[in-house]
Design a protein around this ligand. Structure first.
Ligand code: ADP
Ligand code: MG
Length: 259
């Protein structure tokens, strides 16, 4: 290589590092919630599900939203995922507001950036583990052979390589949820939302799933937002947001997290 082309490639490298820093700047919040309010009308009676919620979440953070039943946790998650609009306030994801986007744009936003993990696993009963995991890839137009390869790799990472052909009813609760997690992660989303992901699991399995989620968000630099009523499980998160009557009443660090 001549010194001229070495210099040129060095310059290219430098500018590509600068570009990638622009994209993955750790100080840029991936999610900003600004004074979010959500009012439901039940008959003529207003119900204030969220009453002025503001926070910022950084890329790669694992955050738990903790509160009792009815405190507004699921409402907050639905708003952040663009599933429901707020009554007031703004939600900025990757420096762009998602408020006022058309339904089409919101569908694309969720398909390209968001993964969901559900309390009830939401697996398709007559599909095998790998077929369930591969489902989101169909919407991306990935060919079947490649879908299968990616799904099996994902299941392998979650310790389920020997169970790829099992149907959901042939798996334990913890295994089903690992399939659910694999399906949420298969498109490598920047943000993963989990609403009471261990609500149907025993305490030992729940802790295992928490450790897995902790590891995944670190390994892939994915932002993980988990809603739970369980204070113990919340301790696995980097940060815990306490919510009560639709307001954040405290933010603290998780104690089951070495950082
Ligand atoms: P959590 O997930 O913490 O249990 P939710 O976010 O589901 O709480 O609900 C917060 C409050 O908003 C509750 O008082 C609930 O009854 C009310 N709420 C939630 N969704 C609706 C809805 N679609 N219509 C009317 N009220 C609702
Ligand atoms: Mg809920």
């Amino acid at each position: 290589m001549t010194s001229g082309s070495a210099l040129e490639s060095q310059t290219n490298l430098k500018s590509s590092i600068q570009d990638s820093n622009k994209i993955t700047n750790h100080n840029d919040p991936v999610i900003q919630a600004k004074d979010l309010k959500k009012v439901y009308l039940v008959g003529k009676q207003p119900v204030f599900a969220l009453n002025g919620v503001s926070f910022e979440i950084e890329r790669g953070e694992f955050c738990a939203i903790v509160g009792t039943s009815g405190s507004g946790k699921s409402t907050l998650l639905n708003l952040l995922a663009g599933l429901e609009p707020p009554s007031k306030g703004n939600i900025i994801i990757n420096q762009k507001s998602i408020i006022g986007l058309s339904e089409n744009k919101l569908v694309n936003f969720r398909r390209d950036h968001v993964g969901f993990i559900f309390q009830s696993f939401n697996l398709i009963p007559n599909m095998s583990a790998w077929e369930n995991v591969a489902l989101p890839l169909i919407f991306r137009g990935t060919p079947v052979a490649e879908r299968k390869k990616i799904a099996i790799k994902m299941l392998d990472q979650l310790g389920l390589k020997t169970h790829i052909y099992h149907k959901p009813n042939e798996l334990s609760g913890g295994q089903q949820q690992r399939v659910g997690i694999a399906r949420a992660l298969v498109v490598n989303p920047a943000i993963v939302f989990a609403d009471e992901p261990t609500g149907n699991l025993d305490s030992v399995t729940s802790s295992e799933i928490m450790l897995l989620m902790q590891q995944i968000s670190k390994d892939n630099n994915q932002t993980l937002i988990m809603v739970t009523h369980d204070d113990y499980l919340a301790q696995y998160a980097d940060r815990i947001f306490r919510i009560s009557d639709g307001k954040i009443i405290g933010i603290e660090k998780g104690s089951q997290n070495e950082q």
